[in-house]
Design a protein around this ligand. Structure first.
Ligand SMILES: NC(=O)c1ccc[n+]([C@@H]2O[C@H](COP(=O)([O-])OP(=O)(O)OC[C@H]3O[C@@H](n4cnc5c(N)ncnc54)[C@H](O)[C@@H]3O)[C@@H](O)[C@H]2O)c1
Length: 373
């Protein structure tokens, strides 16, 4: 038998979705959800916090004659529930209600709810539409607007996932008013990540307005400018590389050792907090490698300090941990380190090769962060 290609199947599936600032949970035919969903059956997937804080609005949407809501399904959140078991439970409940292929999942919650709900939507009957409504700052500026979704398995964070574009993303700053301050800090950490390596203007905006944003209000003019700038910056980063064919990504700044840090601390350190620690570590490393000035390192650390985000954790001085974390990062990035390093505020360079980042230099970077008050 000679090897022979009998045929080929090829298709390109382009996507495009809007990120819309609106009063996301407004009912009625003028409401943003009715405008997008139309008469398609909808399944509302909501987190416990959303039920607690916005239960009345969710009930209104459920009973809204302008929408065809089949059910409201509460979904357990917290990293421990971000699992295939939770996804399967969603699939089961959707199937019980005979949710059809043309139905729309409306996911309302933080990054964990969105990641879990979007993965379930991408799997249910091989994929139904999903609209994401982020209710944390981190979700609004990051988790909601990418096309990635996923859950944790015992082998790692977000290990089971998919690239699955949403139909639309709705951003509503009024939902941030109930957000605990710790969670606001987590979102600011993702904004700092982007600012340090890709957007000096966003960094200045954060220096000027993030303190007031943290204290509230979180839906005034300067708050919206901050969030909109972070969202457009994120979209610009994703636009040429949505499927991550290029493994050198600016938005991986803050994400080199942070996934291992979260897992190693049993998720007691939240995602955004781990991102801030990773940003601080690699900013200090950039300084020690001679690509970033001390004054710029001080500005980054100064902003983290001002916002109450930790810049040091004892595990960052543990060579064994760092070794494991870098190995995991390499595995994720095509067997090369491809670590973004700030090379001035708003610009970066990539450290492709792990050999260029000795572990003792990282430990020294951590010590520098511990020492410099
Ligand atoms: N898919 C992506 O591209 C992407 C990007 C970044 C982060 N993520 C994922 O996002 C997750 C982190 O998301 P997160 O920081 O939003 O955490 P989260 O979803 O756990 O939400 C944080 C906390 O805030 C509560 N909460 C949510 N909205 C609230 C509101 N409006 N008022 C009061 N409380 C509210 C939640 O119940 C939770 O206790 C991680 O699992 C991370 O991996 C995904």
């Amino acid at each position: 038998v000679t090897d022979e290609t009998i045929g080929t199947l090829a298709a390109i599936r382009p996507f495009s979705f809007p990120v819309v600032r609106c009063a996301a949970l407004t009912p009625g035919s003028d409401g943003p959800l009715a405008g997008i969903v139309g008469d398609r059956p909808a399944l509302l997937l909501v987190s416990g916090s959303v039920q607690r804080h916005y239960g009345a609005q969710i009930d209104q949407l459920a009973a809204d004659p302008a929408l065809n809501v089949q059910a409201v399904l509460p979904v357990p959140t917290g990293e421990r529930h971000k699992t295939l078991t939770t996804v399967e439970a969603i699939l089961h409940r959707a199937s019980e209600r005979r949710f059809p292929r043309r139905g729309v999942v409306v996911a309302v919650g933080g990054g964990i709810l969105l990641d879990t709900a979007a993965l379930a939507a991408s799997l249910y009957k091989r994929g139904v539409s999903v609209i994401k409504v982020g209710t944390t700052l981190l979700a609004q500026v990051d988790a909601a607007i990418g096309i990635k979704c996923g859950v944790n398995t015992r082998d790692g964070k977000n290990l089971a996932g998919a690239f699955s574009p949403p139909e639309a993303v709705l951003t509503d700053g009024t939902l941030l008013q109930t957000l605990p301050i710790r969670q606001v800090r987590c979102g600011l950490a993702e904004m700092i990540k982007l600012a340090v390596v890709a957007d000096a203007t966003l960094f200045e905006l954060l220096q000027r307005h993030a303190g007031a944003f943290l204290a509230g209000p979180r839906d005034n003019g300067s708050a919206r400018r901050l969030i909109d700038r972070a969202i457009t910056g994120m979209l610009e980063q994703l636009q040429p590389n949505a499927y991550e064919h290029d493994l050198q990504r600016a938005v991986d700044f803050g994400h080199t050792v942070s996934p291992s840090l979260e897992a190693a601390t049993d998720y007691r350190i939240h995602h955004g907090e781990a991102v801030a620690l990773d940003c601080a570590l690699f900013t200090a490393a950039a300084h020690l490698l001679g690509v970033l000035q001390r004054a710029e390192l001080d500005q980054v650390v100064g902003l983290l300090d001002e916002l109450g985000l930790d810049r040091w954790h004892p595990i960052l001085e543990d060579e064994q941990f760092l070794d494991r974390a870098l190995t995991a990062a390499e595995a994720h990035r095509g067997m090369a380190l491809n670590a973004p390093l700030p090379a001035g505020l708003g610009t970066l360079r990539f450290l492709a090769d792990r050999a260029d980042l000795p572990l003792d230099l990282l430990v020294e970077a951590a010590r520098l962060l511990r020492g410099s008050a």
